[in-house]
Design a binder for this molecule. Sequence first.
Ligand code: ATP
Length: 202
Amino acid sequence: MNLAIFGGTFDPIHKGHIRVVRAVGRAMRMDRIFVMPAGDPPHKSGLHITGAEDRLEMCRRAFTGFPKVTVSDWEINREGKSYSYNTIKAFHSLYPNDRLFFIMGSDMYLTLEKWHKIGEILKMCIPVCLTRTGDDLKALNDKASEVGGALFVKVKPIVISSTEIRQMVAEERWDDAAQYVNKDVLDYIRERGLYRSEPSAE
Ligand code: ATP
């Protein structure tokens, strides 16, 4: 079986993330995609991040009705920093006979050699690099020769980030937010009063 892991902070999950899951699922004929909110992302330490249970619940709501998507609490239930290496190692052990893919944006792909235990990671999974029009294809190809290849999936991006959504909610721009966030997720944000005051995001 083809299994993929798509990790992120998902604070909150938005339609850009959902498009990625759909595009990779279609392009690579994935049997299962694990959407995995990070517990304590190493590259975002110091920033305010919404509680893991809220981020998990928003992901569950966003992917209701996606039979091939499993929202996984594996990283959230682990103590300490979420390194991709730990996650990939665990899933590789759980599914030793399946093909494991790891989905990432092209910005992350270009920094691959700096990842914790990248040599080990590449023995266990195949990177799936999301590309978009305007990406530096030469830089991506150079990286592919350097690190040993990846699958490239072109995704027409929805120009949105979680940061922008948090700002929209803090400013009560609900109609704007509704364009980029699934209704059940937005209802949850309202019910729980999330993002009402956005501390400086960057
Ligand atoms: P923030 O604004 O808080 O940094 P974000 O919107 O970038 O958040 P993350 O949870 O950090 O969301 O992203 C998880 C993954 O989704 C990353 O690999 C990122 O490249 C990808 N991603 C984020 N936004 C989009 C988008 N609009 N279209 C396609 N991929 C996206």
